[in-house]
Design a protein around this ligand. Structure first.
Ligand SMILES: Cc1cc2nc3c(=O)[nH]c(=O)nc-3n(C[C@H](O)[C@H](O)[C@H](O)COP(=O)(O)O)c2cc1C
Length: 199
């Protein structure tokens, strides 16, 4: 079993982050999920899933229709700097910020570890743990592009939420699966979320 951290920030597209958590759990991975405050608000607005203050992991499992007892999901407050994912001594196989707001990208590109999500990303960069950031914004300013370049230079995988159309998606779900499948690919995790070109 592998262990992943998933951060959902206040960019549009929390559905991607929720699908990612679902797929990691179905694959029998351990998941530490953390929503920023804006991430929780935007998620509620866009998906109808309102993260509760207590028993948050159970609520996520219920929303994803995954039996809570069968999977290893933790949901951590963004202010909990005492959580293991804040430490480089904690072993983790990868971290994904999905969706990643431009505010979050700016923080981590500049080493500003002011809450648990940004501290965990800072740790991933210094420990050389795979870090995937899934930015969602358009158009991109030069400031955004410079911050994304800095992250790529520091070793992060920049994987924009840009669904392809050569798979001929028929539903929104197909497009969500395409992006989430690309995230899983970047972590070396098998999936069947989309069919591969030429196969
Ligand atoms: C409905 C809604 C959609 C948003 N979409 C985006 C977006 O796609 N990209 C982005 O960078 N910020 C977006 N924002 C703004 C962020 O939520 C805001 O900058 C917030 O401070 C980010 O905080 P966080 O990085 O701590 O989650 C959106 C805000 C709202 C209310």
């Amino acid at each position: 079993m592998s262990r992943y951290t998933v951060v959902i920030t206040g960019a549009s597209g929390s559905v991607y982050g929720l699908r990612l958590i679902e797929q990691l759990l179905i694959g029998d991975n351990e998941v530490a999920a953390c929503f920023t405050d804006a991430g929780r608000d935007v998620c509620a607005y866009e998906t109808g899933f309102d993260l509760p203050e207590t028993e948050a992991a159970k609520a996520i499992s219920r929303f994803l229709e995954i039996p809570a007892e069968a999977h290893k999901l933790r949901c951590i407050s963004p202010s909990d700097l005492f959580d293991p994912i804040a430490s480089g001594s904690h072993r983790v196989d990868g971290m994904v910020a999905c969706p990643a707001s431009m505010g979050f990208i700016s923080k981590i590109a500049n080493g500003l570890a002011s809450d648990l999500p940004s501290r965990a990303a800072d740790v991933a960069l210094k420990e050389r743990t795979p870090l995937v950031v899934v930015p969602r914004e358009t158009p991109l300013s030069l400031v955004h592009l410079r911050n994304l370049t800095a992250l790529a230079e520091a070793g992060a995988i920049v994987l924009p939420a840009m669904p392809g159309f050569y798979q001929r998606p028929r539903t929104l779900d197909d497009s969500v699966n395409f992006v989430v499948g690309k995230i899983l690919d970047s972590l070396g995790i098998d999936h069947d979320l989309f069919s591969r070109w030429g196969e």
